[in-house]
Design a protein. Structure first.
Length: 132
């Protein structure tokens, strides 16, 4: 679960005493590796439920992997996230919102113009929908 990874890492960062007690960062990073294996699997039998290619799940995976990249596997997580957003065709404004969440965190963690432009693209799509 992408949110579990992201939130555990944030809590571990903000409250080191909780991380020390519960090993939150360690568990989150193990879960991140499991998530990475699932999102890069060649088939749908990856042990995870959900349609990982769709932003509702996949873009949140990029959010979690980008957050995890601070501690491990920066290059492979970056490559996955870039490939994901390069190929993404979001079907509606709801999915655009999830894509925005993932792209924004990638932009923050990878400090990359590609992700900044991607986040801006989804923000613009959402705003355009509101002003229709």
């Amino acid at each position: 679960e992408s949110w579990c990874i992201f939130i555990q890492l944030k809590i571990a960062e903000e409250f080191p005493e909780l991380d020390e007690r519960y090993k939150m960062r360690s568990w989150a990073l193990k879960l991140a590796e499991s998530l990475y294996a699932a999102v890069t699997a060649e088939n749908d039998d990856n042990g995870w439920s959900g349609r990982l290619a769709e932003p509702h799940w996949g873009a949140l995976a990029t959010m979690a992997l980008a957050e995890s990249s601070k501690y491990q596997n920066r290059d492979k997580y970056y490559e996955f996230c870039k490939k994901y957003f390069s190929e993404l065709e979001s079907p509606d404004v709801s999915e655009d919102a999830y894509a925005l969440i993932g792209a924004m965190n990638c932009a923050l963690k990878f400090d990359c113009e590609f992700f900044r432009q991607t986040a801006r693209k989804y923000a613009d799509k959402i705003i355009a929908k509101f002003v229709e």
